[in-house]
Design a protein around this ligand. Sequence first.
Ligand code: HEC
Length: 145
Amino acid sequence: MSFRYFYSGRAVAAAVVAVACALAVVVASAQTKQRTVRDGVFSAAQVKRGQRVFKSICSNCHEIEEFTGPGAYLEDHDGKTLWETFEFVSEMMPDDDPGSLDPAEYTAVLAYIFSVYGLPVGNVDLPIDRKALELITVTRPKPAG
Ligand code: HEC
């Protein structure tokens, strides 16, 4: 192998490494847009609105503990996106009149359920937008301490 070829081989290798690094950076920055329900994804005002919805409608058939207590619904949703949870509730509930609430009432009731589950309040409302909800993963609250 002449020096020339040897040198250009190294240049190619260096370029491959550089591209791989650039891709890694792109992937990492895409992931930072991913959030979980631990990141303060709903507001306190939204929780209040959701509590009213829950008390007036959902509590006819459900206790809040069914969704938040040990072994409950939100544990089953661990690792799913918030969109899946939203879609289920907004298409299936209330059982006697599915889809009868505003999307904003469904997100509010989810905010309430998450808050009772032990997840933190943030500054802005949970969005109703599908793309945004798909970027939020459902997970358990941080263990205390
Ligand atoms: C008329 C009665 C009724 C009302 C009102 C109602 N639900 Fe339900 N809900 C049900 C029934 C019945 C099921 C199915 C239970 C099962 O199979 O475990 C269910 C299941 C669910 C589940 C899935 C639970 C699981 O473990 O799979 C969620 C979440 C839920 N309801 C949320 C809500 C919310 C939020 C509201 C208020 C907007 C609501 N429901 C109002 C009757 C009702």
